[in-house]
Design a protein around this ligand. Structure first.
Ligand code: UDP
Length: 426
């Protein structure tokens, strides 16, 4: 059996007063026809990045809602994760293809993992991201419904790598993307459904934390809590552009010499390139004592990430390519002025100039940070409007509701047409 992730218990009722009105009743209605549904979530890692973040909440609240949901992690070693990283990059458009050896490794690990799954234990099997996508090849007569949940932009995939995966993908009953424009234009793929991920307002990462407690926590990392701070929280990855954040910070420092910068990034074990880029970022920061480069290896866990976001004068997410960018909703939920790259799912989270700022270069990023530092009250007002957008669109109960609609649809139950809003019309 594949390793089960212990996600603990969460109570759906606890979300009632934070969620928009009517949503909890809708969730109860949607659960009734599928109570007890056996759902498997399969992913590559229980640690680091957005997918793990979402599943730690989604799985226990699916259970509390009345489904038998569980989450298991596929097995793999470095040779596999090197290939899956290449697959991930290629599906986002990287020109580098796969060698015959890469393909063999990918198939071999998918087969090994498939051998450890008994599909008759489940009614629905949800495969997250490309790493385990080929597991389905070994279940040709499965009675379960299979769903592929892809978390990044696949609108311009490397065609050769898509050719390699398409025979597996086409066997799924449905696939899900964050945005309609992420769905690859290719015949023969399953119906695509569209919904964004969500943040958990009750998780340690997002629960209410006072400014004083945040300052107390940051003080322990050496941050001068008498001075303002810019923060970006993200993996060390070229698409997250930490070097561009350092450039923007240096421009801001000309007008606000007291400014500090924190780059907080977790290191996932399935991300061998992360270390390389971490070292590059450290070298680029040079010996500037006001730049703090921290990770989970410095004990920056969820509460600490929360504290960095709560304390920051501006939270930056200067991605140049982004699947969704959960950190943007996280920052807005805390009412913090937010400046983020005008890419991918970020543009669905920020209304530029109304709830935060969207930027396309280090110069624009610096200018948007300066605007917030010069007029913090204006920036805060915007962020609070952004928080209300997050409440309606990007909190866990809405995500649960979308999954329930899909499950009902796949099992042939009438949802009054709710799935029509989620189907991608392309
Ligand atoms: N994160 C974290 N610690 C870190 C870096 C990131 O907890 O040091 C979290 C971050 O708060 C967010 C998630 O990892 O919840 C990253 O999700 P996002 O969608 O922003 O990016 P991804 O890593 O999925 O590309």
């Amino acid at each position: 059996m594949l390793q089960l992730v212990n996600t603990g218990h969460k109570s759906l009722a606890d979300y009632a007063s934070l969620a928009p009105r009517g949503l909890m009743e809708e969730i109860k209605r949607l659960v009734e026809p599928i109570r007890g549904l056996r759902v498997l979530h399969l992913s590559a890692t229980a640690f680091g990045g957005g997918v793990a973040e979402i599943l730690y909440t989604l799985v226990p609240i699916m259970r509390d809602a009345g489904l038998e949901a569980e989450w298991r992690i596929i097995q793999g070693q470095e040779e596999f994760f090197n290939v899956t990283k290449a697959v991930h990059n290629a599906l986002q458009g990287d020109r580098r293809g796969l060698t015959e050896e890469d393909r063999e490794i990918f198939r071999r690990y998918n087969q090994l993992n498939a051998a450890q799954i008994d599909d008759s234990d489940y009614d629905v099997i949800i495969v997250h991201d490309p790493q385990p996508v080929g597991v389905i090849d070994h279940f040709s007569s499965s009675k379960a419904k299979w769903v592929w949940r892809f978390h990044i932009d696949m609108s311009e995939p490397n065609p050769e790598v898509l050719d390699f995966l398409a025979p597996s993908i086409s066997q799924y009953d449905a696939m899900i993307f964050h945005l309609a424009q992420y769905v690859p234009a290719r015949a023969g793929l399953p119906p695509a459904f569209i919904w964004p991920p969500a943040i958990d307002p009750l998780a340690p990462k997002n629960m209410a934390l006072s400014y004083e407690d945040a300052a107390y926590i940051l003080d322990q990392f050496g941050i001068d809590v008498e001075r303002p701070l810019l923060t970006q929280v993200s993996r060390f990855d070229p698409w997250k552009d930490p070097l561009g954040v350092i450039d923007a910070y240096r421009m801001v420092k000309r007008e606000f010499p007291e400014i500090q910068l924190a780059l907080v990034g977790s290191m996932a074990h399935d991300d061998p390139e992360g270390w390389e880029y971490y070292n590059k970022t450290v070298a680029y920061a040079g010996d500037d004592p006001d730049i703090y480069i921290l990770s989970n290896l410095n004990n920056v866990g969820s509460v600490e990430v929360n504290a960095f976001q709560v304390y920051s004068a501006v939270v930056i997410q200067k991605s140049i390519r982004e699947g969704f960018g959960l950190t943007v909703s996280e920052a807005l939920w805390k009412g913090r002025p937010t400046v983020a790259g005008r890419v991918g799912g970020i543009v669905t989270q920020i209304r530029d100039g109304e709830t935060g700022r969207l930027v396309s270069s280090p110069e624009e990023c610096a200018e948007a940070c300066l605007e917030a530092l010069r007029d913090p009250e204006m920036a805060r007002r915007r962020a609070l409007l952004g928080k209300e957008d997050v409440r309606h669109k990007f909190l866990t109960p809405r995500l649960l509701r979308d999954w329930l609609v899909l499950f009902n649809h796949l099992l042939g139950h009438d949802t009054g047409g709710a799935e029509n809003e989620l189907i991608a019309h392309i």
